[in-house]
Design a protein around this ligand. Structure first.
Ligand code: TTP
Length: 366
């Protein structure tokens, strides 16, 4: 389908967990508030409100450091059941406009409203109405992006955050995309952005100088996606039945593991939990790769993964994972803050028999 024919809305709640907590306790309004782990337990910030963000606090920051930046910061423990309930309420609002809803997480979803007749069929008016209704029903604000495809809608929802709406019409795509820093493109992290900078690319306009062949040479299969995004193209449909791509179990230790010698004894607990989780879904997914993830004491992290033979009999063999962990650890040779093990998954079900959605790529912590 051509870009011009589709109407996609990306909806993203503003500082979701924190907004829900403040709704529950309005006295917190106006104060810097975060949700996350406690500083004395080496916790990290899951999210924080905009008052806290003004101090430089952000998701995944160590809580102890966040408190240094803002000594008055109020850190609250998360209440996941509550967030799930709010998410369900919000999804009920979405469902009034379309069945084509692709949840990305509890607080974020794509909606394809191309065939919606409400609001005179205007995606802009639908997005406006959804924002008003969510605020009325859940007392939290959401930002929305409206565009002819998912990639642009997602960037647009971030454009006027918080409590904002941004519309990119078909005619505006070219101008909107040209000035876009490549760092904003989905899949372009620090490493890819650095590689792009090396070849003189900082914006999508710069990226357009390269042919598809050049892009494939530089970036392999991701090159094609970059080529398309730089031109504002994204043919991906809104997928109602999104399937999971991986499963993992990880643990952040109260005290760093001093070096690799302390890792082997931690693996059996993680592998047991991984086995429990995988056995719940092993009829639907085969394991294509096994991986180990390490976050070091300086917060850098690395993941080492390896292809797995089909029907590998010793899927959870601790010795195998020790081998992976040793090789991963050698990349930095620092104390270990977090250790994780996991599988990349291969879908065993044909697309037409896929069941209703997994809300998000769950990370099981033990
Ligand atoms: P996000 O949508 O990434 O962020 P947010 O809603 O908190 O803030 P923004 O207004 O910038 O969109 O994440 C949604 C929720 O997921 C967030 O409220 C808390 C949780 N979360 C974590 O637990 N850890 C993380 O590292 C991130 C990024 C989010």
């Amino acid at each position: 389908m051509q870009n011009s024919e589709r109407k996609i809305i990306h909806v993203d709640c503003d500082c979701f967990y924190a907004s829900v907590e403040i709704r529950e306790n309005p006295d917190l309004r106006g104060h810097p508030v975060a949700v996350g782990g406690m500083p004395d337990r080496r916790g990290v910030i899951a999210t924080c409100n905009y008052e806290a963000r003004a101090f430089g606090i952000h998701s995944a920051m160590a809580s102890v450091y966040a408190c240094k930046l803002c000594p008055d910061l109020i850190i609250l423990k998360p209440h996941f059941d509550l967030y799930k309930a709010v998410s369900r309420d919000i999804h009920r609002v979405f469902a009034d406009y379309t069945d084509l809803i692709e949840p990305l997480s509890l607080d974020e979803a794509y909606l394809d409203v191309s065939d919606c007749k409400k609001c005179h069929g205007s995606a802009t008016l639908i997005a406006r109405e959804i924002r008003v209704r969510v605020k009325e029903t859940s007392q939290i604000t959401v930002s929305a992006g409206v565009a002819p495809n998912k990639f642009l809608a997602k960037i647009a929802s971030d454009w006027n955050k918080p409590d904002g709406l941004c519309v990119v019409t078909h005619d505006q795509i070219d101008h909107f995309v040209r000035q876009l820093p490549v760092r904003k493109l989905h899949g372009v992290g620090k490493a890819t952005a650095a590689r792009l900078k090396q070849i003189g690319v900082e914006t999508c306009e710069d990226l357009r100088r390269f042919s598809l062949v050049d892009m494939n040479q530089h970036f392999g299969s991701f090159g094609g996606r970059l080529y398309e995004m730089a031109r504002g193209l994204d043919p991906r449909p809104v997928e109602v039945n999104r399937r999971r791509k991986s499963i993992s179990v990880e643990n952040t230790y109260d005290n760093d593991l001093p070096d690799i010698s302390a890792v082997p004894e931690q693996l059996p607990t993680l592998l047991n939990e991984l086995q429990t989780q995988y056995e719940k879904i092993n009829k639907e997914y085969a394991v294509s790769k096994r991986f180990v993830k390490i976050k070091f004491s300086d917060f850098t992290q690395t993941t080492l993964e390896e292809l797995c033979i089909l029907n590998e009999p010793s899927l959870y063999a601790p010795d195998y994972f020790v081998g992976l962990a040793v090789r991963a650890w050698r990349r930095a040779e620092k104390p270990v803050r977090l250790l994780g093990v996991g599988f990349r998954l291969h879908d065993l079900k044909p697309p037409d028999s896929q069941e209703q959605l997994e809300l998000f790529e769950k990370q099981y912590s033990c």
